[in-house]
Write a protein that binds this ligand. Structure first.
Ligand code: CP3
Length: 334
């Protein structure tokens, strides 16, 4: 029962398991629903369908947490920069025009545009028992990268206008905070902040674009909701994960596959750790799945740890590998 929140409260050896992008194209039942709707955002903004998609992986694998079915780019889209998802390419954003963006004072318009996300949360809460519901957002930096670059950046991203980027990060910090608070008010019990492109920030800008905005969000949310755990995922920052943990002080830190789990244990001041398993193992053979799960079970024995990957499940993940991973974890936990 509620293994996720218990582990976030420092209980050990419960080993909850869920996956980033657990609802997605690797699942035939997702592909079936997806083929019937024209746009991905239409799926996210229809709570009757989105709640069912969010629950698909729970029904199939009996995971310990549901994550709402939405996308980080729902924020730019509802701020006034339209987002399109193109098959095999990913998200494409229309040109960013300052004058089209909502102002901080217009947050009620933002909430109204996303009302279906909040309805989804209410529906899921009524349907799941003994499991936790995770809400999520993109971090301001990662959202700014998509808004300025208008597509996924792949390997690098250059800031052209520093002063505008600062203003944009500030605006996003406010809207990300609203979005989290509204998700909690609707019933989300845990929040994850995805800073998927933190690894593209130059070292001398990490404080300004990653640590401080995330810290500001945590401070605001904690004032209103001190007991809601917040998981942070500053993907790709390597050894700087240590500075992040010390400065931002999240309730839990999600690691990517480039972070050594034993290094993490000795450097993160005992805070709960999540993830780190290379998503590629799910595309390989069962033996390698067992090997990596046993490695993480041994390292994280008596440490509050949440099983998850170092990044999202890919469309090529094999269902039998996911099932195998879940089985081994469940056999080995108390
Ligand atoms: O984990 C879950 O099951 C919840 C749903 C979820 C989605 N996106 C659904 C989605 C979550 C948590 C996200 C987060 C997200 N979205 C991130 C942060 C995590 C990460 O991957 O780094 C980012 C960067 C995005 C932006 C985004 N959305 C991209 C780059 C893409 C295209 C890549 C892809 O896999 O298609 C999306 C589309 C997207 N978001 C899909 C899903 C299920 C696929 C859409 C489709 O069906 O075509």
């Amino acid at each position: 029962m509620f293994r996720l929140v218990q582990t976030l409260n420092f209980k050990t050896n419960l080993f909850p398991i869920w996956f980033m992008r657990q609802a997605g194209r690797y699942l035939p039942e997702y592909r079936k629903i997806r083929s019937q709707k024209k746009s991905f955002l239409d799926l996210c903004l229809d709570s009757k369908i989105s709640n069912e998609i969010a629950l698909q992986p729970i029904s199939r694998f009996d995971l310990d947490a549901a994550i709402i079915f939405s996308d980080i780019l729902i924020i730019p889209n509802s701020l006034g920069q339209k987002v399109y998802y193109i098959e095999n390419i990913g998200p494409i954003l229309e040109p960013l025009q300052k004058k089209n963006l909502l102002k901080i004072s217009e947050f009620h318009k933002f909430i109204a545009k996303n009302s279906e996300v909040f309805n989804q949360i209410k529906i899921i809460k009524k349907k799941i028992k003994g499991k936790n519901l995770i809400g999520f957002v993109g971090a301001p930096w990662t959202l700014a990268v998509y808004m300025l670059n208008r597509k996924s950046p792949k390997h690098n991203f250059k800031i052209k206008n520093l002063s505008f980027t600062n203003k944009l990060i500030n605006l996003l910090t406010n809207f990300v905070t609203f979005h989290i608070e509204k998700q909690i008010e609707s019933g989300a019990e845990v929040i994850q902040i995805f800073d998927s492109w933190a690894g593209l920030i130059k070292e001398n800008h990490l404080h300004k674009f990653c640590y401080y905005p995330t810290k500001a969000i945590l401070n605001s949310v904690k004032k209103k909701f001190p007991n809601i755990p917040i998981i942070c995922f500053p993907r790709g920052i390597g050894k700087k994960y240590k500075d992040f943990v010390n400065l931002v002080k999240p309730d839990c830190i999600s690691i990517d596959q480039f972070i050594s789990p034993s290094w993490a244990i000795t450097n993160f001041n005992g805070i709960p750790i999540q993830g780190g398993i290379d998503p590629a193992v799910l595309c390989g053979n069962k033996k390698d799945v067992a090997k990596v799960v046993n490695k993480y079970l041994n390292i994280f024995r008596d440490y509050p740890y949440i099983f998850n990957l170092g990044h999202g499940i890919t469309p090529f993940a094999k269902i039998e590998n996911i099932r195998h991973m879940v089985e081994i974890v469940k056999e080995n936990r108390s």
